[in-house]
Design a protein. Structure first.
Length: 154
């Protein structure tokens, strides 16, 4: 017959013994305390929770190497602007490649980032930023920086 529970206790959902509310596992039967997990998720503060998404929801087969394209195209934009003064033909070609490549790189890399980190980048927002003249250089750099911050690589 289980004894009465105290104020800081609950009855174990498995064996019915009174256990501490803060206990992660029941010491009597070894079953996980369901209420403990509920309590710990509630402990996450609201502003933090806003940014938490479940990466497993976004499972993807997209490779992690798309950031190379993001990096390369950001660099190409810079090279294009430098080259414009001396060799316009080559600069235009570079712009075309970078203009197409950057959104593609960001688009696919975002899928990887979303599935593998806590950062959930805004697809439309980043795509728009990545195609606007001049802005896309900054967007590319900020993207790579944020990616580095969240994933730690590269
Ligand atoms: Zn128990």
């Amino acid at each position: 017959m289980p004894r009465e529970k105290r104020a800081d206790e609950i009855f174990c959902e498995s064996c019915g013994e009174p256990i501490k509310k803060v206990a992660e596992i029941c010491p009597h039967c070894g079953v996980r305390n369901i209420r403990y997990e509920r309590a710990s998720t509630q402990m996450i503060s609201k502003p933090q929770r806003k940014f938490i998404h479940a990466p497993s929801q976004y499972e993807t087969t997209v490779s992690e190497n798309w950031y190379y394209l993001v990096g390369a195209c950001t660099a190409l934009w810079v090279i294009g602007f430098v080259l414009m003064e001396i060799w316009e033909g080559a600069a235009v070609l570079i712009f075309i490649i970078a203009w197409i490549g950057l959104p593609i790189g960001i688009y696919f890399d975002m899928q990887y980032v979303r599935a593998n980190s806590r950062w959930n980048p805004n697809t439309i927002g980043w795509l728009i930023l990545s195609i606007i003249w001049f802005v896309n250089i900054i967007a590319g750099l900020v993207y790579l920086y944020r990616r580095h911050e969240t994933l730690g690589i590269p």
